[in-house]
Design a protein around this ligand. Structure first.
Ligand SMILES: Nc1ncnc2c1ncn2[C@@H]1O[C@H](COP(=O)(O)OP(=O)(O)O)[C@@H](O)[C@H]1O
Ligand SMILES: [Mg+2]
Length: 259
């Protein structure tokens, strides 16, 4: 326990009609930590991401970021505070180029505003140039430098995932929520992803990682929270949870991906 966690999930519950997707979940994410959030399909991981990022309201409980409750804030304000997510099902603009997709991530921080961007006012032209070069840097950073002028839809799936991460970084996250970033990736791509996650942390960014690839989770996470049927059943280091009988039982019958 730390008095000043970056993110504090406090007794958070979520009901969809009669379905309890999350039940009184508590945990903390410390600044500059890589925290894993795992659990069988349907455990409530994406639902929690949807609440942290303001896509869904909580049914009860509190989500506190840097001491501020997020509970009644709309999604765009939560993004402005520095909580940025990627999606389990990649969400890109297929008819924009790779570079443009990254630039979209920067507009929540746009100083000139949409009006001056549309009208090509000088301030926005300058900003557009800055966005352009920053987007290119981020494409280099994730290993997509040669692809900037392609349509996003022309990229193979693994690279679309990297593009989504570059777009998220463009939004200058303090806390990055990654929802199954390794899903659909080849083994070499997973290795690169693990390295990329480590590099992102070195930028001073805190990461909450939902992932089914146990090898990846165990390798990159400082601590892991395990959910089952919406409840937290374990929390600790990789070594601490991997022989936990409740965790093993939760995964029995689930195909655990050891790729
Ligand atoms: N928008 C929704 N409406 C109704 N039920 C939902 C909705 N989103 C998620 N659920 C339910 O909440 C539970 C948790 O789902 P989810 O958070 O997607 O799990 P996970 O990401 O861990 O696989 C599931 O039972 C799912 O069917
Ligand atoms: Mg999910």
């Amino acid at each position: 326990m730390n008095d000043n966690p970056l993110l504090h999930i406090q007794k958070v519950s979520k009901h969809f009609g009669g379905v309890t997707a999350l039940h009184q979940v508590n945990f903390e994410v410390q600044e500059n930590q890589i925290k894993g959030l795992i659990g069988p399909n349907g455990a409530g991981k994406t639902t929690l991401f949807n609440m942290i990022s303001g896509f869904y309201p909580v049914s009860s409980g509190q989500i506190v970021f840097q001491g501020q409750s997020l509970t009644s804030l709309p999604a765009f304000q939560i993004a402005k505070l520095g909580i940025i997510r990627t999606f389990q099902n990649v969400k890109l603009f297929p008819n924009l180029t790779v570079q443009e997709n990254v630039m979209v991530g920067g507009y929540s921080h746009s100083k000139s505003g949409l009006f001056s961007l549309i009208c090509n006012l000088p301030k926005s032209v300058r900003e557009e140039k800055e966005f352009h070069s920053r987007a290119q840097e981020l494409l280099d950073y994730v290993g997509l430098s040669g692809y900037s002028t392609l349509y996003a839809s022309a990229l193979p799936f693994g690279q679309q995932r990297l593009l989504e991460i570059a777009r998220a970084l463009m939004a200058k996250p303090k806390l990055l929520l990654l929802d199954e970033p390794a899903a659909g990736l080849s083994i070499p791509e997973r290795k690169l992803l693990a390295e990329l996650i480590g590099k992102i942390r070195k930028l001073g960014i805190t990461i909450l990682l939902v992932e089914h690839d146990m090898d990846l989770v165990m390798k990159v996470c400082d601590e892991i929270v395990v959910l089952e049927f919406g409840s937290k059943i374990a929390e600790g280091t990789a070594a601490g949870i991997q022989n936990n009988p409740r965790v093993l039982a939760a995964y029995l019958g689930e195909e655990v991906n050891h790729a």
